[in-house]
Design a binder for this molecule. Structure first.
Ligand SMILES: Cc1cc2nc3c(=O)[nH]c(=O)nc-3n(C[C@H](O)[C@H](O)[C@H](O)COP(=O)(O)OP(=O)(O)OC[C@H]3O[C@@H](n4cnc5c(N)ncnc54)[C@H](O)[C@@H]3O)c2cc1C
Length: 496
């Protein structure tokens, strides 16, 4: 019994549900939030319908690729917030932060041994798909993965798209069927029980003391305190924590500030770094602190929008389809069309981060120009240290290192220049993935690869042929400086 659209639920194994288990286990790995989350909602539905308590396991490993104090601090902020929010609540939050690498091995299986079933997050990139598949093999009960990634369920589009335009047209035809079923803002506030069941629904679970002893839940003090001893455990200390805090509350603050003061000018100003006209939400979307469903619902509410305003023209045009203001239309095109285009690719193709996944025309033209002399050549180390001849490129790289983000317009320039100043396109791809995924809070996301591969021609068309780029679109720092407002940006991220 579930209130979640079945199209979002995927059985990961074919094992049986255990009706005499002690609880339903929700394994939170990507959608790290307590509302607007289909996976949590499904787990809660199952718990209610079986009359069992709900346990949320939220673990942090130490040794995943690119692990750093930066990402750990951001994740821990959110974990501490959830721990606080669920204190005294009849739902068990089990935060577990490894104190040594590999310590959490066996925890999922041990918890699942006492569970009726396990519900996991179905996130389509980085190491998470493999983690969930492995979890499905290890546990002895049914494991289901739930897609709470975006407004269009991942399994609706049975193909990838060569351009945003084609995906937009697809969305305009198919998205209306899915707009009615948004996740619950607060699943726990629903009346209890959903279906009369056993005595455990709405009660906190009693966890096996042996499990608690072997894997003691991390205390809120440790979660919210100075990284201290946790930081010392992270192998790579070269990527320090940033000032921005993780969690749903800071995400909500950003969303309110953006909708209240910026959305109305987003379409005009978003490309100008000095005008600060973007939402800054991508790190929160990436770590799951906030859902695109909630952002969409909030935009719609502020616009006084209802589905009757949708245009019947599904012609792929960027504006006019939603029937909202210009700022809202432009913003939703990024949040839904562009964001979910990236999810579509990583969901459908395992090789999404491989050079060979580029369109044939782009590979061909880059191969023709591989031997062209480069105007400048830099190593990974020089890129990393922002030691190029170009003050604008260096400023973008410094922002990435310092704040863990780069303004979108400059991110395009940043990527294009790495392509231009590397020995080969493949070397450029390696450099770009390394820098983006190592330093960007929103890195390791489906949109990391759509953004990076866009620099090499994915989702784009051929342009006038030029040295090095061939027919792939080029960008120039000189033209960017003339076109967008960035004097303050250059000062902020200047060499000093
Ligand atoms: C080389 C390169 C690397 C990139 N790497 C990443 C990455 O690692 N993670 C990531 O989330 N995005 C990436 N992008 C896309 C884009 O730069 C960011 O999503 C955007 O800058 C985030 O800032 P914001 O939240 O203020 O965006 P806003 O303009 O406020 O947009 C709202 C949301 O829409 C989505 N969005 C906006 N622009 C894009 C876009 N071009 N493509 C896909 N989704 C978009 C994001 O989820 C964003 O949070 C990359 C782009 C390039 C060119």
């Amino acid at each position: 019994m579930t209130s979640v659209p079945p199209i979002r639920i995927r059985p990961v194994n074919s094992k049986e549900l255990n009706p005499s288990g002690d609880y339903v286990l929700y394994w939170m790995t990507a959608f790290r939030r307590l509302g607007w989350n289909f996976a949590l909602q499904h787990a809660d539905d199952l718990a209610r319908s079986m009359g069992k308590p709900l346990v949320i396991l939220e673990a942090l490993f130490l040794d995943y690729p690119y692990a750093s104090p930066r990402f750990h601090r951001f994740i821990l902020d959110g974990m501490a917030e959830r721990s606080r929010a669920l204190r005294g609540f009849p739902v068990t939050h089990y935060p577990f932060v490894e104190r040594e690498s590999g310590e959490s091995r066996g925890l999922l299986k041990s918890l699942a041994d006492k569970a009726c079933c396990v519900v996991a997050d179905d996130f389509p990139s980085f190491f998470l798909p493999k983690l969930v598949e492995a979890g499905g093999r290890r546990v002895g009960v049914r494991l289901e993965a739930v897609d709470s990634n975006g407004l269009l369920p991942l399994s609706v589009a049975g193909r990838t798209f060569s351009a945003a335009y084609h995906f937009r047209r697809f969305l305009q035809k198919n998205l209306p069927d899915h707009l009615g079923g948004l996740p619950e803002p607060d699943p726990f506030s629903r009346p209890m029980p959903l279906v009369s069941g056993g005595a455990g629904a709405g009660m906190a679970a009693e966890l096996d003391p042996l499990i608690l002893d072997r894997w003691p839940p991390t205390t809120e003090v440790l979660l919210s305190g100075d990284l201290g001893e946790l930081q010392a455990l992270t192998a790579d200390q070269s990527v320090p924590a940033v000032e921005a805090k993780g969690g749903t509350l800071p995400a909500h603050d950003r969303l309110s500030a953006f909708l209240g003061g910026v959305l109305h000018r987003y379409h005009n100003d978003r490309n100008h770094p000095d005008l600060r006209a973007t939402s800054g939400l991508s790190p929160y979307l990436h770590f799951g602190d906030i859902s695109s469903h909630e952002i969409f619902a909030e935009v719609a509410r502020r616009e006084g929008w209802t589905p009757v305003r949708l245009s019947s023209r599904a012609d792929g045009s960027r504006s006019g389809w939603w029937g909202m203001g210009d700022g809202a239309e432009a913003f939703l095109d990024q949040l839904i069309t562009w964001r979910e285009l990236g999810f579509n690719m990583t969901h459908r193709r395992d090789d999404y981060a491989g050079y060979d996944s580029l369109p044939g025309w782009a590979q061909d033209t880059l191969a023709v120009h591989q031997g062209d002399p480069r105007p400048h050549l830099y190593s990974l180390e020089e890129f990393l240290e922002a030691e190029t001849h170009d003050p604008l490129w260096n400023a973008a790289q410094r922002q990435l290192r310092k704040e863990g983000v780069i303004h979108n317009y400059l991110r395009m320039l940043w990527g294009k220049k790495i392509l231009e100043w590397s020995r080969t396109p493949k070397e450029a791809l390696d450099v770009m993935i390394d820098l983006n995924d190592r330093f960007a809070l929103d890195g390791r996301d489906p949109n990391s690869y759509s953004g990076i591969f866009w620099c090499f021609g994915r989702y784009d068309r051929g342009w006038t042929e030029r040295p090095v780029f061939g027919k792939v679109r080029s960008m120039s720092s000189h033209r960017t400086r003339k076109k967008v407002r960035l004097e303050e940006y250059l000062q902020r991220f200047g060499p000093s």
